[in-house]
Write a protein that binds this ligand. Structure first.
Ligand code: ZN
Length: 390
């Protein structure tokens, strides 16, 4: 077999080419990594080892050495804010804004981030200034949402109405419910200042923004009752049946008082029984029970609550049944019934709260705006027990 000598020449050439190719790649990598400061890798290492404090120090070093790393500035700024170090976050974002080489979109991003810092620090006027400056661009809708948050905190309802209107026009977000509530807040302030004309105007505007605004109907009824026009008050409260009948529970007591004041208690009691049959509710049962007891006696009240309990077995209803039974009971029975009622009553205390459907916050009284999550109309006009049964 004859040996091919040309292999002796070709093999080293291939090796040399491979070696050169590898060198080129390695040199490229080394050059790239030399462009990034050592602190950057140190910072990454700290982050991977879950040592955020040391990572921040390392990244600050990078920012000092290579000020062109704009994204790192943003990342650090939001990291500071999240940790509650708002002063450092503000400084970071202000430094960015001072840079002449910032692109318009980066400038907007920095303004929005600065607004967020001020909001977190509770400096509402400065936050407002930042967000109000974002008149267009991708950060505009979020800026409007933040402005709305600020005006609600400041209870500046005219500005809240204006901002919500702009937001719904520009981004198509439905804000009618909120606008109607802002108008109701305006009406409440006017009512407190005894300016009943302004209060009525605001309530009309609330109903214009949202025809089904139950709160406006309730307040219109309250206004009429305050002026001594019980008939108009009854009309306003009864309109709720066509808006959202579940809310009749909130006005059942007011309706009963107005019917009584106008000498229409029999008519009122019939209406209440219809409401109870059509829209079962613990609060309506409560009012109907008391009215029946006063107008028709313990037996009628007992019958009413027993029938209702058969239809809707609730502990709050049982509480009333025991109350009715107690009224007609003799001494030995009384003791036993009182003990039972005491037990049921202790338990129903917790069940008679209202509950926010957004954050779950429970409250003894009904709120139109949740005190915990600031959501509007997030409470159902129903007690916890009714919601849980449903
Ligand atoms: Zn809530």
């Amino acid at each position: 077999m004859e040996f091919d000598y040309w292999w002796l020449i070709v093999c080293p050439i291939f090796f040399a080419l491979g070696w050169i190719a590898a060198r080129i790649d390695i040199d490229h990598l080394v050059r790239e990594s030399r462009n990034l400061p050592r602190s950057y890798f140190k910072g990454l290492n700290f982050l991977l080892n879950e040592q955020p404090d040391k990572a921040i120090d390392a990244f600050i070093e990078v920012v000092k050495v290579s000020p062109e790393t704009i994204d790192l500035h943003f990342a650090l700024g939001s990291l500071f804010r999240r940790r509650g170090e708002t002063e450092r976050a503000i400084r970071m974002h202000r430094n960015l804004l001072d840079r002449p080489d910032l692109a318009p979109e980066q400038r907007d991003q920095a303004v929005a981030a600065l607004g967020e810092d001020f909001l977190k620090a509770g400096l509402l006027d400065r936050a407002e200034e930042c967000y109000a400056g974002l008149r267009s661009g991708p950060y505009r809708p979020e800026a409007l949402r933040r402005l709305l948050e600020i005006y609600q905190l400041l209870k500046d309802w005219p500005k809240a109405i204006e901002t919500a209107t702009v937001l719904s026009t520009e981004s198509g977000e439905a804000k009618q419910r909120e606008i109607a509530h802002y108008q109701c807040e305006l009406a409440q302030a006017a009512q407190a200042a005894s300016d009943l004309v302004a209060a009525r105007q605001a309530l009309a505007a609330a109903l214009e923004a949202r025809r089904d605004c139950v709160r406006a109907s309730i307040m219109l009824g309250d206004l009429a009752a305050r002026e001594g026009d019980q008939g108009a008050a009854i009309d306003a409260w009864q309109r709720i049946e066509h808006q959202d009948p579940a809310y009749l529970a909130l006005v059942a007591r007011r309706l009963l008082d107005a019917w009584r004041a106008t000498g229409r208690i029999t008519e009122g009691l019939t209406r209440l029984r219809h409401y109870l049959a059509d829209y079962p509710s613990i609060d309506i049962l409560d009012v109907t029970f008391q009215a029946t007891l006063e107008e028709e006696g313990a037996d009628a009240a007992h019958r009413l609550v027993r029938e209702e309990l058969r239809r809707n077995p609730t502990l709050l209803g049982l509480d009333h049944l025991l109350e009715a039974r107690l009224l007609g009971a003799d001494a030995p029975q009384r003791q036993e019934l009182e003990m039972m009622r005491g037990l049921v009553h202790a338990h129903t205390q917790k069940l008679s709260r209202y509950k926010c459907q957004n954050c779950g916050f429970r409250a003894r009284q009904f709120y139109w705006q949740c005190p915990a999550c600031a959501g509007w109309e997030t409470y159902l006009p129903r007690r916890v027990e009714e919601i849980e049964l449903a």
